[in-house]
Design a protein around this ligand. Structure first.
Ligand code: ADP
Length: 205
């Protein structure tokens, strides 16, 4: 199997990966896959759904093997259905991999073209963003400040080191505290050349 050509959207909770990924995912030639959304779409009564609830409500990560297996099955299903076309679409991965172990497991599936690192040096602003998101989107894991802070610690400990798994020249830092339009502009600046290099520019209606 050809590995899926991918861009990783990387950054702490609240950095705006989801906001940017959703916008980019509406452009033909991009496919946005948010791991947290895949988990949230599970039936909470299913075995995997209850595992997700158990971990996420504590602000913990779901175990690596379960996560990557679920992700791989989900993306394959989208390729079969045809809303994701691996030969035409650049895959934008949001929220996965989140540990070094996940990054290693995923090397079998993805060909990472570049890593977009949404940086933020203002923890309080991030926490405020997550609190606002909780009010809007009914997320159980954003409602409690203690859980939010814990997710930040988990990010620093488990996820930030994933950046070292990829060659330095592959990683681009983008300041996530700028306006959403500016951040989008900066991401496109970086991602469009990667897309042009690796994909013929088909336009399908
Ligand atoms: P955020 O980006 O704000 O942390 P997500 O929607 O990406 O939110 O994730 C919500 C929860 O889903 C996480 O706290 C975690 O429990 C679980 N989760 C999502 N992606 C992963 C992953 N790659 N590995 C393990 N757990 C994950």
């Amino acid at each position: 199997m050809d590995r899926y050509k991918s861009i990783l959207l990387f950054g702490a909770p609240g950095a705006g990966k989801g906001t940017q990924g959703k916008v980019l995912g509406t452009i033909p030639g991009f496919y946005h896959c948010a791991c947290g959304d895949v988990f949230r779409n599970l039936n909470i009564k299913s075995e995997l759904g209850s595992i997700f609830y158990e971990y996420s409500s504590r602000g913990e990560l779901v175990p690596d093997e379960v996560t990557v297996k679920m992700w791989a099955e989900n993306i394959k299903a989208h390729a079969v259905i045809g809303d994701y076309k691996p030969s035409k679409d650049l895959l934008l991965l949001d929220g996965i991999p989140r540990t070094i172990e996940q990054a290693k497991l995923m090397d079998d599936y993805i060909n990472v073209l570049s890593v977009v690192h949404l940086t933020c040096n203002d923890e309080e602003e991030m926490i405020e963003r997550l609190r606002r998101r909780a009010l809007k989107s009914n997320r159980h894991d954003d409602a409690d400040t203690k859980v939010i802070r814990h997710r930040w610690e988990v990010y620093e400990r488990e996820t930030a080191p994933v950046l070292q798994h990829y060659p330095k020249e592959m990683v681009v830092d983008i300041d996530s505290l700028n306006s959403p339009a500016q951040v989008l502009h900066d991401i496109l600046d970086h991602v469009v050349p990667a897309q042009n290099t690796h994909f013929a520019n088909f336009v399908d209606d």
